[in-house]
Design a binder for this molecule. Structure first.
Ligand code: ZN
Length: 267
């Protein structure tokens, strides 16, 4: 889009506490703002990372917000104390969702039983705190959907972040009135094809955009930066690919997804 047409974007998931951003975080945030990405929700992926995400985001609204949660990779570290400490973090108004939490049966860095227990504990927390969920599903749709269905009436909502599933999985989540987050996966000319074909099926008011930085550098970046690090400024590439895949103007998608993110996170 030409510069004068840049509309406000919200990156609903960036791992800004990752060491990849250790040296130049202020520049990264400035570049995001220059690109129209006015707000970034910093993902908390473990208790430590959630504490750091909150430290970063606290008092920096409306530029930064945070989530607090334990990723399925770290599920084996989840104890009752973890729940207590997450509750304390969530008392800060900068924390706008519970997560990243969910199930990852692709890598199984934590045993499945531990993943299921940690996820259910965080579903309970989200219900008690009235916070929406920032959800991770990797090859675990069946179990994730089953648990979400069981808790759906008690939780405020949820976004399945970095959605890369099938059309049936998409509709199962939409039928539970959940939101869908898409990343630079959609910019991948090979593995993003299925996502491109189903983005039209995501209704207005259910789609949000994210970079998942520093991961998932959009493959549409030319030239690709040598360091391969993704950053929130590149959200414009996710927007462009989503617009192209859905056959709709980028400006429309930008306005819709920003409005949706504001309502979802209450920001
Ligand atoms: Zn994830």
């Amino acid at each position: 889009m030409p510069a004068e047409e840049i509309v406000e974007l919200i990156d609903i998931g960036a791992n800004l506490t990752n060491k990849a951003f250790h040296d130049d975080l202020d520049d990264v945030i400035r570049r995001a703002q220059d690109a129209g990405v006015s707000t970034i929700v910093v993902t908390g992926t473990s208790l430590d990372a959630s504490e750091r995400a909150l430290e970063l985001a606290s008092g920096r609204a409306p530029t930064l917000y945070a989530t607090a949660g334990v990723h399925p990779h770290d599920a084996k570290t989840f104890t009752p104390t973890t729940a207590t400490r997450l509750t304390a973090l969530a008392a800060n108004p900068a924390v706008r969702a519970l997560g990243e939490c969910g199930l990852d049966y692709n890598r199984n860095f934590s045993p499945r039983d531990a993943q299921l227990d940690a996820f259910e504990a965080q579903l309970e927390l989200a219900a008690a705190l009235g916070l929406p969920l920032f959800l991770h599903d990797r090859e675990a749709h069946h179990d994730l959907h089953t648990l979400l269905k069981r808790y759906r009436t008690r939780i405020a909502g949820g976004v399945v972040h970095c959605f890369t599933g099938t059309l049936n999985e998409l509709h199962a989540y939409l039928d539970l009135d959940l939101h869908i987050g898409i990343t630079g996966w959609i910019c991948d000319e090979r593995r993003g094809l299925e996502l491109r074909s189903l983005v039209r099926d995501i209704p207005a008011g259910r789609l949000m955009l994210e970079t998942d930085a520093p991961y998932l550098l959009p493959r549409t970046l030319r030239p690709a930066p040598a360091h391969r690090r993704n950053e929130p400024a590149f959200l414009t590439h996710v927007l462009a690919a989503a617009a192209q895949a859905s056959g709709r103007p980028a400006r429309e998608i930008a306005e819709e997804t920003t409005r949706t993110a504001r309502a979802f996170f209450g920001i």
